[in-house]
Ligand binder design. Structure first.
Ligand SMILES: *Cc1c(COP(=O)(O)O)cnc(C)c1O
Length: 357
């Protein structure tokens, strides 16, 4: 608390990111980063960048990057927006498109940044409960609202909502923006980007942080009707004209231009996920069906907080949320095959200890 703060600052509840400890030999399965390095083309593009040019401002429109993304998805460059990580893109989306009189709707168990943005911008919101199987129930979104946002697949559950269900939602709310946050879609879902031609109220948000191994570069994007993108651009240009630096623009563009590498990488993550799910099930865990690069699992006989603490003692970190309905779950990011194996053997030990304790 400080008398120097603006009034709004006193009431903020900032988002708490998963920890980034500086311990070597750590098996870090807590923030859904990709276990594989970015494409070698990213490295080459950044190495080839002329450091002298850093004295000049970057392209404020990120034109070359947006053209690459537009080409990749078969949309026009005017339908693509980029920002400094999708968290920044989402912040601009909340301010530009989701701030209305009627409440914004999002799932009760979802990305915990959403209520933080609502607080920051004074946006009224209502959370909509997931069903008993932790899935989004489209019928429960049939109510007056100022906007809808959800991740697909959802975080931290990993569950995927079908295209048909999303289309039904878009049709039920023709005058309301529906934002699909596709941070994890490359690990097991279809992007809704092909639907933007049909639905002017659809905005799809993606990130290069997860499936393209670039969490440290900070690049996110949104694809939608040109009108929605123009709204985002107006807010961006009233906040920071240059959200992406020269290196980020070059690196992100190279990532989109190396599709072969991207496909191999995501297939490896998916294969590790399937092996991890089988290993967890063999240890007695109940695992929600995941279309993401993490799994959400609980053990009927072992407390999740204790399991997370025991893993930590063995230098393995996973995410545990102290939140109603999910406090008995662990969210485990998919590591390399070797990391997944280390996790499984540690859990086997811990469960055996717990049984005799
Ligand atoms: C990781 C994540 C993001 C943010 O990613 P950035 O690194 O800011 O691009 C957005 N939405 C969800 C649901 C996420 O899990």
């Amino acid at each position: 608390m400080s008398r120097f703060w603006s009034p709004v600052v006193h009431d903020l509840t900032p988002y708490v990111p998963g920890e980034q400890p500086r311990i070597s030999q750590l098996v870090k399965l807590n923030t859904n980063e990709n276990p594989y390095p970015p494409s070698p083309r990213v490295q080459a593009a950044i190495a080839a960048a002329n450091v002298d040019s850093l004295r000049l401002y970057p392209d404020p429109e990120s034109s070359a990057l947006r053209a690459s993304i537009a080409g990749y998805y078969g949309v026009a460059a005017e339908q693509v927006f980029v920002g400094n990580g999708s968290d920044e893109v989402l912040a601009l989306v909340f301010q530009a498109l989701l701030q209305h009189e009627a409440p914004l709707l999002f799932p009760d168990i979802s990305y915990s940044f959403y209520p933080v943005y609502c607080k920051l911008y004074g946006i009224a919101y209502r959370t909509v409960p997931l069903d008993a199987d932790f899935a989004i129930d489209p019928a429960s979104y049939q109510q007056p609202c100022g906007g809808i946002i959800f991740p697909n697949p959802n975080a931290p559950t990993g569950r995927l909502l079908s295209r048909a269900a999303i289309e039904a939602m878009l049709q039920q709310h023709p005058d309301t923006v529906v934002v699909v946050d596709e941070a994890y879609v490359d690990f097991g879902g279809d992007s809704m980007i092909p639907l933007v031609a049909q639905y002017p109220n659809l905005l799809v948000v993606q990130t290069l942080s997860k499936s393209r191994s670039l969490a440290g570069l900070r690049v996110g994007l949104a694809v939608g009707n040109a009108e929605l993108i123009a709204g985002l651009t107006r807010v961006k240009n009233s906040f920071n004209s240059y959200p992406l630096d020269r290196l980020a623009q070059a690196g992100a563009q190279a990532a989109f231009e190396d599709d072969a590498y991207f496909q191999v990488c995501r297939e490896r993550v998916i294969a590790s996920r399937e092996a991890l799910v089988a290993g967890l099930a063999a240890l007695g865990f109940a695992v929600l069906p995941s279309a993401a690069n993490f799994v959400f699992a609980r053990h009927p006989a072992h407390d999740a907080a204790r399991l997370a603490a025991c893993l930590r003692q063995r230098n393995i970190i996973v995410r545990h949320f102290q939140q109603p309905r999910i406090e008995q779950f662990l969210r485990i990011s998919i590591g390399t095959a070797a990391e997944c194996q280390l996790l499984l053997s540690a859990l086997a030990d811990i469960l055996a200890d717990g049984a005799t304790a």
